[in-house]
Ligand binder design. Structure first.
Ligand code: MYR
Length: 280
């Protein structure tokens, strides 16, 4: 079976990894003061944060058009028998649903869409595993079974500097933010049932990062080897220092540095920090 792997830009897989593992990427876009930019193509993360810092109008995000998925699937049908298309959580974006619809529109290739129920480098863990399996000749059904199994080992926690971005974009309910006065603290956030919810209320950024580390430590002591990602919203130096400290403390964990690009940055704001991992 020849299986193609597709994902969207919010997995923030580097162009080198995409080329090496033959991963196709469809971008989501940001609308900045009426101008549309496809992330990872028209605008880099740091250009985005520079453009929107202090701007009067807040940016907005849009999912890829269904037609873009459909034409990619049509094109892949020339060389592949099936497609596994892996996307950010359907609880925060219509992208997954768009891939499902496009898959139903094309009849010369079987398309299997996968809802990662998460996003960013953590979604990327699924994509990389799928691409490695596809390169080894596994079928879409085998790959989907492996991804479903991975789901029990995937964890991600993140903190933001200002919850207003998440509230404004409708990705954290006003009720959730207000209950317990979340606006006054630095809550650790995570995904439950595809949507973002507070995990714990913590007073300071330092303590919130420490708490994320404790959660990683629990799994690192259970599993022989893990992959992890430190994910930052334009605070690379802090993220690199944190990652170096984590790498020294957890030698069985393979860390990588990643970022919240323009689309996710629109909803989290500058200064967000995340830690995600999975058992190897
Ligand atoms: C769209 O317009 O369809 C895109 C909406 C993206 C919402 C992003 C919300 C924040 C996600 C944080 C993910 C953190 C993963 C570690």
């Amino acid at each position: 079976m020849r299986t193609a792997i597709v994902t969207d830009s919010t997995a923030y897989i580097t162009p080198e990894e995409r080329a090496r593992l033959n991963i196709r990427m469809i971008p989501l876009s940001v609308n900045i003061a009426g101008e549309l930019f496809a992330e990872e193509i028209d605008i880099t993360a740091s250009e985005f944060y520079d453009k929107v810092r202090g701007a009067k109008e807040f940016p907005k995000t849009t999912q890829p058009p269904v037609g873009e998925f459909a034409s990619l699937f049509e094109q892949l049908a020339k060389d592949y028998d099936e497609v596994v298309s892996i996307h950010l959580s359907s609880g925060i974006s219509g992208t997954y649903q768009g891939a499902v619809q496009a898959g139903e529109m094309v009849d010369n290739i079987d398309v299997y869409s996968f809802d990662s129920e998460i996003s960013c480098a953590v979604q990327g863990f699924y994509v990389l595993r799928a691409a490695e399996m596809a390169a080894e000749g596994f079928s879409a059904k085998d790959i989907l079974a492996a991804l479903a199994d991975m789901q029990q080992y995937i964890r991600a926690y993140f903190i933001v500097d200002d919850l207003a971005h998440l509230q404004r974009g409708g990705r954290l309910s006003a009720a959730a933010a207000l209950i317990g006065g979340l606006l006054q603290v630095k809550p650790v956030l995570h995904f439950v049932d595809k949507v973002i919810v507070p995990f714990e209320k913590i007073r300071t950024r330092k303590k919130a990062l420490k708490r994320a580390e404790e959660l990683l430590a629990q799994d690192a002591s259970k599993y022989e080897a893990m992959d992890a990602a430190v994910i930052h919203g334009n605070c690379q130096t802090e993220a690199e220092e944190w990652m170096a400290q984590l790498a020294a403390s957890y030698p069985n964990v393979n860390f990588k540095l990643s970022y919240f690009g323009p689309v996710i940055g629109t909803h989290l704001g500058e200064g967000a920090m995340g830690l995600g991992w999975t058992k190897k």
